[in-house]
Design a protein. Structure first.
Length: 471
């Protein structure tokens, strides 16, 4: 049976989104092999991850606006081409500088793909049930890609060595390119009379990059060091200048500030940021617990994430029906509350706990809650936004997700490490000290998700206009 063109388009853009989110987590289990092969220092190794995250987060807003001012099909194809070529460069890298440079280009390509894919979905599916189901599948890629990366990364690294985690993107990227050329409509730019605001683009990209740079440096420097505080301060200054330029000086602003007057859009982005601040930590600390405390190898640890991956997909698949029946406010509240409960179950873990006692049930509850939260939040974030600003809205929600996750992981890692070191200094056994640090991180994750549930209840008043009523 032949696929409808709209279904084929959705599969292509979702596969591309899956690929870029996958690359956030797939590299983590390959880091020890990369460390050994290319001779990275402990501090230098983190830039294999950070180079990707920095450029991904820093250029999302610019990429989102580009999809409004340029033909979206063209922007998407350029992004996929860059990402695929950079992935090949990573796999062939024979030195530290080459690998980090290729990862930075990968991150830029990922920003373009992520912004363009969401703009293509919102622009090609009618608002209502049809778009909500498409957004459900697109949003599912965020959770599935992150958790599946651990599984796939472990299998590829153990079976083929570290270049395999990058080379896998090449055939996938080529398939996406071929499919996109066939199914994405050839359309002109959504808006023709406006020009790209270069000063605004430089300020927003520079500000976000500086802030994310400061955040990721906390792994090695700590929050009170100049190496963290200076880039954070610089980022805030640049973002302040960006607001001034957009509100007072730019003739064609990159981000018209009136878009942030939409209460539902503000609330949705806050909730997405809180959710991913906890979720990035869950992927990270559960992986560490399984490998460092329980002694599982990378492949076994990856397989342990499979139930969570399946439940993210199941939650995302069923979320549009829940939205149609109960509305985004109720669905979001249920989802964030379920994720809160999942983190609380994870926080009951101790060094002797079996996988099925706390990790499996806690991870499954969090995964289902993620699916039921991310889909309605994405629906709200693009709801009521004009077609000329779909790319802008996609850039905002993607930035909230990635910056929220990066900030959350940095904070949780710092706190967990501090707790572990404190206990080790007091004579606690190493595995018990590690697990206690993870438990604190899980408790904070629960607090973040609970704050998201409260935000859904208080900031999303009633059923947003246009959300389908139950029959």
């Amino acid at each position: 049976m032949r696929l409808r063109r709209s279904d084929a388009l959705l599969i292509v853009v979702c596969l591309a989104q899956f690929m870029v989110i996958l690359d956030i987590s797939i590299v983590n289990v390959a880091l020890p092999k990369i460390h050994e092969s290319l001779g990275f220092s402990d501090t230098g190794l983190q830039w294999v991850v950070n180079a990707y995250t920095l450029t991904f987060a820093g250029f999302l807003m610019l990429a989102g606006r580009a999809t409004d001012l340029l033909p979206r099909r063209q922007v998407f194809l350029i992004g996929v081409g860059l990402f695929t070529a950079a992935s090949l460069g990573c796999a062939l890298a024979d030195g530290q500088g080459v690998l980090i440079g290729a990862r930075a280009i990968q991150g830029f390509g990922a920003a373009v793909i992520s912004a363009a894919s969401l703009a293509i979905v919102t622009g090609n599916f009618k608002e209502g049930t049809e778009r909500n189901r498409a957004l459900g599948l697109w949003a599912a890629m965020g959770g599935i890609g992150g958790s599946a990366g651990v599984l796939l990364g472990g299998a590829l690294t153990q079976g083929f060595d570290w270049p395999a985690v990058f080379i896998i993107n090449v055939p996938v990227g080529l398939a996406v390119l071929l499919g996109a050329r066939r199914v994405i409509p050839r359309e002109g730019a959504v808006t023709h009379e406006r020009k790209l605001d270069l000063p605004g683009a430089v300020l927003i990209s520079g500000g976000l990059t500086a802030i994310v740079y400061g955040i990721v440096r906390t792994d090695s420097l700590g929050w009170g060091s100049l190496g963290v505080l200076v880039p954070l301060a610089l980022g805030l200054v640049l973002l302040g200048l960006f607001v001034l330029v957009e509100g007072r000086l730019a003739a064609d602003p990159l981000i018209p500030l009136e878009v942030f007057k939409m209460p539902a859009l503000r609330a949705a982005n806050l909730i997405v940021g809180l959710l991913f601040a906890g979720l990035f930590g869950m992927w990270y600390f559960v992986s560490l617990f399984l490998q460092e405390v329980k002694g599982d190898n990378a492949l076994v640890a990856g397989i342990s994430f499979l139930p969570m991956t399946l439940l993210v997909f199941a939650g995302s698949w069923t979320a549009p029906n829940l939205v149609a029946r109960f509305g985004v406010r109720t669905t979001l509240t249920i989802g964030m509350s379920l994720a809160t409960l999942g983190f609380l179950v994870l926080a009951t873990v101790d060094a002797s706990s079996a996988y099925e006692v706390a990790i499996l049930p806690g991870g499954m509850l969090t995964a289902l809650g993620t699916g039921w939260s991310l889909v309605p939040a994405t629906i709200v974030a693009v709801k009521g936004v004009s077609r000329e600003q779909n790319g802008l809205a996609s850039g905002v929600v993607n930035t909230s997700r990635l910056v929220g996750g990066t900030l959350g992981l940095a904070v949780l890692t710092t706190i967990a490490t501090s707790r572990t070191n404190e206990l080790l200094g007091g004579g606690t056994a190493q595995l018990d000290a590690l697990t206690s640090g993870y438990k604190v991180a899980f408790l904070i994750g629960a607090g973040l998700c609970f704050a998201g549930a409260i935000a859904a209840v208080t900031l999303l008043r009633g059923r947003p206009e246009g959300v389908p009523q139950p029959a």
